[in-house]
Design a protein around this ligand. Structure first.
Ligand SMILES: [Cu+2]
Length: 244
C-alpha cells in the first residue's frame, strides 16, 4: 500500500517537472531585448544603415516635444526614444513607420534607417493627449550624406494641382479625384479654428503636412490606382483622394 502511494507521488512529481521544463522552453528570452526596425514592421524589406547610429531621446510634456527639431544624415540608423515626462503622448513619423505611445513616466523606443531625405513632420497621435494636442509637433530633418547627384527638377513634370482646406468642421473637399500615374501637387491650408485638422496625414503616400497660422503647405506624390485616405492627427476628420 505504502509502495503504491510513493509510486503515485513519484509519477506526479515527474509530470510536474516535465510541465515546468516545457513552460520554461516556451517563454524564451525576454522579448524586450529585440528592438524591431520600424521600416521592417511596416512590411518593407530590411534597410541597411550606411551612416552612424544616432541615439535620440525626445521628451514629451504638456504640450511640447523637446527637442522639436532633429537633424540626422541620410543612411543613419536612428534609435528614437519617446520619454513622456507628464501626460499621455505619442509620436508618429509616417515616412519611417514610426508610431510610439507612452504614458506618464514611460519610455518607448524604436529603430529605423533614415533613408528618405527631406523635412518630415512628426506629431503626437495619442488620443489621451489633451487640449494642447495640436501644438505637439516637430520636424525630423534628413540631410544628404556626402556628395550626391542632384535630384531631377520637378518643374518639367506636369502636375495635377489639388487643394485641401481645413476648418473646425474638418477638411474641404472630402472627396477628390485624380488621375493615376500622374504627379499630384497638393496644397493644404488650415484656418486658426481647425484644431487637430491642422495636420493632414496621408499614410499611403507617407505625407504629413502641418499648417500653422494659416500658412499653405505643399506636398507632391504620384498616385497609383486606388484610394488614398487622408485624416487629421487623431483620425477624427477624414476624406479621400481617388486615383483612377
Ligand atoms: Cu501629446
Amino acid at each position: 500500500m505504502d509502495k503504491g502511494l510513493i509510486g503515485i507521488a513519484f509519477i506526479g512529481l515527474l509530470a510536474f517537472a516535465g510541465f515546468a521544463l516545457y513552460a520554461s522552453s516556451q517563454t524564451g528570452p525576454s522579448a524586450g531585448s529585440t528592438a524591431l526596425l520600424a521600416n521592417q514592421q511596416a512590411g518593407q524589406p530590411q534597410l541597411q544603415a550606411t551612416g552612424r547610429l544616432r541615439e535620440i531621446t525626445v521628451e514629451a510634456t504638456n504640450w511640447a516635444f523637446s527637442p522639436s527639431r532633429i537633424v540626422v544624415s541620410k543612411g543613419d540608423r536612428v534609435r528614437l526614444t519617446l520619454k513622456t515626462v507628464e501626460g499621455n503622448h505619442g509620436i508618429i513619423i509616417l515616412p519611417f513607420g514610426v508610431s510610439l505611445a507612452a504614458g506618464p513616466g514611460e519610455s518607448k523606443s524604436v529603430e529605423f534607417v533614415a533613408d528618405k531625405e527631406g523635412t518630415h513632420n512628426f506629431l503626437c497621435n495619442n488620443a489621451l493627449c489633451g487640449q494642447g494636442h495640436s501644438e505637439m509637433t516637430g520636424q525630423l530633418i534628413v540631410e544628404a550624406s556626402g556628395t550626391q547627384a542632384p535630384q531631377p527638377t520637378a518643374a518639367i513634370l506636369n502636375f495635377q494641382n489639388i487643394e485641401i482646406k481645413a476648418n473646425a468642421q474638418g477638411f474641404e473637399p472630402k472627396n477628390i479625384k485624380v488621375k493615376a500615374g500622374q504627379p499630384v501637387k497638393l496644397s493644404f491650408t488650415a484656418d486658426s479654428n481647425a484644431g487637430c485638422a491642422r495636420a493632414l496625414l496621408i499614410k499611403k503616400a507617407s505625407i504629413s503636412l502641418l499648417s500653422k497660422g494659416g500658412a499653405t503647405q505643399t506636398a507632391e506624390f504620384t498616385p497609383e490606382k486606388g484610394t488614398y485616405q487622408f485624416t487629421c492627427s487623431m483620425s477624427m476628420f477624414k476624406g479621400e483622394i481617388q486615383a483612377e
